[in-house]
Design a protein around this ligand. Sequence first.
Ligand code: DGP
Length: 114
Amino acid sequence: MENCLFCSIINGSIPSAKVYEDEKTFAFRDIHPMAKTHVLVVPKTHVSSAADAADVPDDVLAACLRTCAKVAETEGISSSGFRIVSNSGPDACQSVPHLHFHVLGGQKLTESMA
Ligand code: DGP
């Protein structure tokens, strides 16, 4: 989608630190890491947020979760533990309107999720 930051990262017109890519998903390091490991996983097709999940094919949604797990494995945080967060809309402080999953770990995370 034109004028979408993450679409531009996916197509390479904006550089990123890529961690993983497959047919349906793209993973790259967050520019403002909030944990020792902080990777963003996005579907390659543009979707604004998790609120629009009903419009997303099941295989794309499943691929996103599998990529999160794969990233956790390759980052070495799979067995120690990690958190997946997807902010949707203003109350959740979503700042980039392209569905994305934060994969956070590499350290003890706080119990607070709000
Ligand atoms: P959210 O606030 O949930 O919409 O998360 C958006 C994240 O995107 C935020 O943690 C910072 C990250 N981000 C914003 N701009 C860029 C960028 O240009 N490159 C990378 N790698 N990450 C970005």
